[in-house]
Design a protein around this ligand. Structure first.
Ligand SMILES: Nc1ncnc2c1ncn2[C@@H]1O[C@H](COP(=O)(O)OP(=O)(O)OP(=O)(O)O)[C@@H](O)[C@H]1O
Ligand SMILES: [Mg+2]
Length: 260
């Protein structure tokens, strides 16, 4: 389970960032008192426009960023207390490929397996299963650099799941992927859900949120402006699809500038 209570994250902006964002204020409130819960056996989707604060929320959950205010517990552990323990339970993945381009997918998988304290037999078994599932097996000895974008993403996904984590945090799982690769990623997320994992993803793809997520939280300017199942959101906004619901909420909630 992931519990986020009144999470606020304020970034201090550099001079360059102030210029880029055309603001005179040197602080940016990226997340504003956001609370949500994601439970085992569900896929929770954070849906929001560019700059809404999705990545910031997920990075705080993954203990990569410290909240300015509020608290987060992951699998019953407070992120501020024992971030090391939390990292053993989670997989955090973004669509930016983090694997070293000079090494093979097999090497990276084995390396991370050992980092997680798995023995060789367990690593080999897990690798066979995941590489076969994602169709990486025939490419496992090629350098990451030589793989296609889709294959790189699938290799990253497999590596990030080496330790069979209880909680999966995935920032924009299908951005940049073709529909075949995207489907293999979303199908795998569904499988993880069936296994009872807790999954939280971010997306700005409406159809992905509609099809994949059990509950959706809509985030605009750092604030969670609505949360529920697709049906609940459509009912509450009196709209026919998620895109219409999103625009309705966007009209009501977007601010020109969310700087403090
Ligand atoms: N390290 C940082 N320093 C300063 N400001 C930041 C930093 N990271 C993010 N921001 C700002 O915080 C806000 C939220 O950014 P965030 O990346 O969390 O949004 P997002 O919803 O993930 O957007 P996208 O859909 O573009 O990925 C944005 O205004 C962004 O410019
Ligand atoms: Mg983002």
């Amino acid at each position: 389970m992931i519990c986020i209570n009144n999470l606020t994250k304020v970034y201090k902006l550099t001079r360059k960032q102030m210029q880029e964002q055309k603001t005179k204020k040197n602080m940016k409130k990226a997340v504003d008192q956001l609370s949500l819960k994601a439970v085992p056996g569900e896929i929770y989707g954070l849906l929001g426009p560019n700059g809404a604060g999705k990545t910031t929320v997920l990075r705080c959950v993954a203990t990569l960023l410290k909240p300015t205010d509020g608290s987060i517990s992951v699998g019953g552990i407070d992120t501020l207390d024992k971030s090391e323990e939390i990292r053993k339970k989670i997989s955090f993945l973004t669509n930016e490929i983090k694997l070293d381009p000079q090494f093979s997918a097999k090497y990276m998988f084995n390396f991370f397996g050992r980092l997680h304290g798995l023995d060789e037999a367990a690593i080999n078994e897990r690798r066979e299963y995941l590489f076969n599932y994602f169709g990486i097996k025939g490419f496992e000895d090629k350098k990451i650099d030589e793989l296609s974008t889709g294959m790189k993403q699938k290799a990253s996904l497999a590596v990030s799941l080496v330790h069979d984590p209880e909680i999966v945090i995935f920032d924009e799982p299908t951005t940049g992927l073709d529909i075949v690769t995207a489907r293999s990623v979303t199908d795998y997320l569904k499988l993880l859900k069936e296994e009872g994992k807790t999954i939280i993803i971010s997306t700005h793809i409406m159809t992905e949120a509609e099809k994949l997520c059990d509950r959706i939280g809509i985030i605009i300017d750092g604030r969670l402006v609505m949360e529920g199942t697709l049906d609940e959101i459509l009912k509450d906004t009196n709209t026919a699809d998620l895109e219409d619901a999103f625009f309705e909420l966007y009209k009501q909630n977007s601010r020109e500038e969310a700087c403090i």
